[in-house]
Design a protein around this ligand. Structure first.
Ligand code: SF4
Ligand code: F3S
Length: 112
C-alpha cells in the first residue's frame, strides 16, 4: 500500500505534507508534488495535512493511474524535504477541473 498525490495538488503545492513525512518520499515538480510509492511507508500522517485534500491512500477506487503517475514523476523530479510557500494561485486553483490537462507541468521543481 502507498499514499499518492492527485491532480488537486497541481497549481497549489502547499507543501505542508513534506514537513511531516518521516521518510522524505515527496518529489517536486514545477507545480505539484508526488510520492514515491516504493518509499512511502503508509503511515498516513501527510493525508490530513494537505489543505486541498490532494493526498489519498491507494485503497480508494481507481488509484492505479495515480500510483503509476506518482512513480513516474518521483523518478524524474528532485526530493523535497522542506516546506515552502504555496504557489501564488493556490487558492484559485483548489478544485479547478481538468488541471492535469490544462495546468500540469512535467518540468522538475527546485527540490530541497
Ligand atoms: Fe510520507 Fe507517511 Fe505520507 Fe507516505 S503516508 S508519503 S510515508 S507521510
Ligand atoms: Fe500538494 Fe497538498 Fe502537499 S497541495 S504539496 S499535496 S500539502
Amino acid at each position: 500500500m502507498t499514499y499518492i498525490v492527485n491532480d488537486n495538488c497541481i497549481g497549489c503545492k502547499h507543501t505542508d505534507c513534506v514537513e511531516v513525512c518521516p521518510v522524505d518520499c515527496f518529489y517536486e515538480g514545477e507545480n505539484m508534488l508526488v510520492i514515491h510509492p516504493d518509499e512511502c511507508i503508509d503511515c498516513g500522517v501527510c493525508e490530513p495535512e494537505c489543505p486541498v485534500d490532494a493526498i489519498l491512500p491507494d485503497t480508494e477506487p481507481d488509484m492505479e493511474k495515480w500510483v503509476e503517475f506518482n512513480r513516474k514523476y518521483s523518478e524524474l523530479w528532485p526530493v523535497i524535504i522542506t516546506q515552502t510557500e504555496p504557489l501564488p494561485e493556490a487558492e484559485k486553483m483548489d478544485g479547478l477541473p481538468n488541471k492535469l490537462e490544462t495546468v500540469f507541468s512535467e518540468k522538475p521543481g527546485k527540490g530541497g
